[in-house]
Design a protein around this ligand. Sequence first.
Ligand code: AKG
Length: 342
Amino acid sequence: MNNDWAFLPMRSSNDLLGDPDALRARLDDDSYLLFRGVLDPEKVDGLRRDILEALAAVGWIRGGPDLMDAVVTAKPAREGEPEFFVGNDAVQRLESFHSLAHDPDLLDIMRQVRGPSAFPHPLKISRLGFPGHYEISTPPHQDYPNNQGTPLLTAAWVPVGDIPTDLGGLAVLRGSHRHGLLPLDRHMAAGMRCAVIPDDMREELRWVTTDYRAGDVLLFPSMTVHAALHNCTELNMRVSVDFRYQLEGEPLTPIVLQPHFQRLTWDEIYAGWSSTELQYYWRGLDYEVTEFQEYELVSEADDADDLKKLQTYMRRVAAREERRRAKVAAMDAPRRRWRLSR
Ligand SMILES: O=C(O)CCC(=O)C(=O)O
C-alpha cells in the first residue's frame, strides 16, 4: 500500500449546492467536496462505453457482451512504456472524454465553488487502472507541482462507472491543503513523483474515502494531498477521468494547454469528432501564460536501487498476470466448448 492509512468515510456536500459560501467553507474544512449522483448517468455510461470500446479495439479489455465489465486482457502497462500509450492515446482521441469536462452540471458546480468564469484546462487525464498493479497506484501527491499556474486550481475527479474501494477509488488526506506545498520525492507510479508527508501531518490528519458511484464527482484544490487505493480486483480495470479548472484572469503554464503526455496534436485528437464547438475553446479565454518550474526532489536518483525495484515489480506483475490470464481463459472456456458443439 502507499502508506499507513486508516480511512474515515467522506461526506457528501449535495445539501450545500446553491450556496457558494457554504461550499467554500466546507472545502476549506475538508480539503474536498463530494457530490453524489450529480452527472447524468446516461452520459457517464456513454463515456464508459466509448472508453471501453476504444480499449477493446486495442486489445486491452474483452469486447462483446461483457464489454462494460472492463475485464482486462492485456499485460499491465505503466506510464512511459510504449504499451501504456496504446490505450492512453486511444482515450485521448475521444470526443466524449473531452466533452465531459464541459458538462453543464459539472461546470455549474465548479462555478458555484470557484466563480462564474471557471473553465476546464485543455489537458484532460484518463486513469486506466489495471487490476493487481499495486506498485503503480497513484501515490499521495498534490496537483500543484504538475500543473502550477494558480494554487487555486481545482480538480474534478470523476468515476466512469461505479468504483467501490476494492476497485481503487480516490482517497483524500483531509485538512492537507492547509499545510502548503510539500516536498517531492521520486516514485515509479503515475506522475513519477510523490509528496513527502511529514510525521506531524500523518499524526494529525485522517485519510478519507468512499465507494464511488457513476454520476458522483469529487472536487479538490491543488494543495490537497490525494492518492488512489489499490485496484485489488483480479480482473477489472478501474476507469476514471480528471479535469482541472481555474478562473479567467489567473495564470497557467503551457503544459496545461497541451494534450496529456503531449503525444498527439489537437488536430489529431479532433479528427473524427462530430462537432467543432469544443475544439480550441480556450483560445478565446483570458489567462496569463507563466513558466513551468522544475522542483528539486528530496532524494538523488539511485540507479542500482531503481533497477532492483523495477525487477521486483516486473516479477510480481508477471506472477499476477499469469493468474489473471488463467482466470480469463477459464471464463472463455465454456463459450468455446459451446461454439464447438454447434
Ligand atoms: O485517479 C487517480 O489514480 C489519480 C487522480 C489524481 O491524481 C487527480 O485527479 O489529480
